[in-house]
Design a protein around this ligand. Structure first.
Ligand code: X2X
Length: 334
């Protein structure tokens, strides 16, 4: 098929002009897949980094962003990343990544981090370095700075969650990953693992009553259209590691790798601010869209986790060393 634009190029005699060709075809064109809608700061800031990377490499490196599960659900994209069909992928340590590197889920332990100071104190500090070491050992590449998803809140189409009793037997969607199932079972709910690309429809068709996510996700994925209540439980923090396929990464010259890492890590820091601001201001917006909010007393939820043996079980699962790195920042949990 001869398109109008290629005809225009041919007739103006630019085909073969080396300076033109260089501007059009990058030497390295890599994809990054994400599970969040295009308007979420995760994608906006990755796009910002991609533009800077293209400019600073004189067009040699192009990163194309595929948001919104365009390339598949999280387990699919993770398989593509490992096979080299996808060069970059952002994935939560508690999600499908934990099927390969189980210990990365430690960042999602229920009610572990009190605030963002603790979150990034741990993940920009010793715990993060330890987890990135494990990801690297498993054969993947990971950038230093973790991207923010946020503290997760529970939404439902049936009722507000005011106390742990309200969760009893509740059919709640959780992402793929052992930790989420353990957490919600310990809270006596009935969790089901569903990839994010199927969340909206499973809420709409009432396959599940509820789900849990940060407000920026509830808003950008329009979950308020299929949910009535939002309970501010902040039951866990969640974030995305920026993962790379190792062979694809090693194909890049060292100077390009440096430019890529520098820009991704700088954009991650800005993305954290965007998400923190959004999550602090979105309650009003979402109320305007019809969601009813409540702020439960969190002490009974923590108590339920303690008495059900959740922390003791997780400590055993993650191991003494990892648990100590976590508690160094959070204080005693078990
Ligand atoms: O699947 C989810 O709920 C999401 C988008 O928050 C994650 O990637 C963990």
């Amino acid at each position: 098929v001869t398109s109008a634009s290629s005809l225009a190029v041919a007739t103006t005699g630019l085909v073969g002009a080396p300076w033109i060709r260089r501007a059009h075809a990058a030497e390295f064109t890599y994809k990054v897949g994400t599970d969040l809608p295009a308007s979420h700061p995760l994608n906006v800031r990755i796009q910002e980094a991609a533009s800077a990377i293209k400019k600073e490499t004189d067009g040699r490196m192009e990163i194309r962003v595929f948001p919104n599960n365009q390339l598949g659900g999280d387990p699919d994209m993770f398989a593509q990343l490992r096979a080299g069909a996808l060069e970059f992928f952002t994935l939560s340590g508690a999600n499908a990544l934990s099927a390969l590197v189980p210990k990365t889920a430690i960042s999602g332990v229920g009610f572990a981090f009190k605030d963002y100071g603790q979150v990034f104190g741990a993940l920009d500090g010793e715990l993060g370095a330890h987890l990135r070491g494990l990801i690297t050992k498993a054969g993947l590449v990971v950038q230093d700075k973790v991207w923010d998803n946020g503290f997760r809140q529970i939404t439902s189409s049936t009722k507000p969650i005011a106390s742990p009793t309200d969760l009893q037997g509740m059919k709640i969607r959780v992402p793929p990953g052992r930790l989420w199932i353990s957490l919600f079972r310990a809270l006596s709910a009935a969790p089901t693992s569903i990839s994010f690309n199927e969340v909206y429809s499973s809420l709409q068709t009432k396959v599940v009553e509820g789900q849990e996510n940060a407000l920026a996700v509830v808003d950008t994925a329009k979950l308020y259209e299929v949910q009535k209540y939002c309970s501010l439980t902040s039951h866990m923090w969640d974030g995305f590691w920026f993962l790379g396929n190792r062979a694809a990464w090693e194909k890049l010259p060292a100077n390009i790798r440096d430019i890529v890492s520098k820009n991704l890590n700088a954009s991650a820091l800005r993305q954290r601010q965007d998400v923190a601001q959004l999550n602090a201001s979105l309650q009003k917006t979402l109320e305007g869209k019809g969601l009813k909010f409540n702020t439960p007393d969190l002490a009974p939820f923590r108590e339920k986790l303690r008495t059900s043996g959740f922390y003791a079980e997780q400590k055993k699962f993650f191991g003494e060393e990892e648990w100590a790195l976590l508690e160094k920042v959070t204080g005693k949990l078990a």
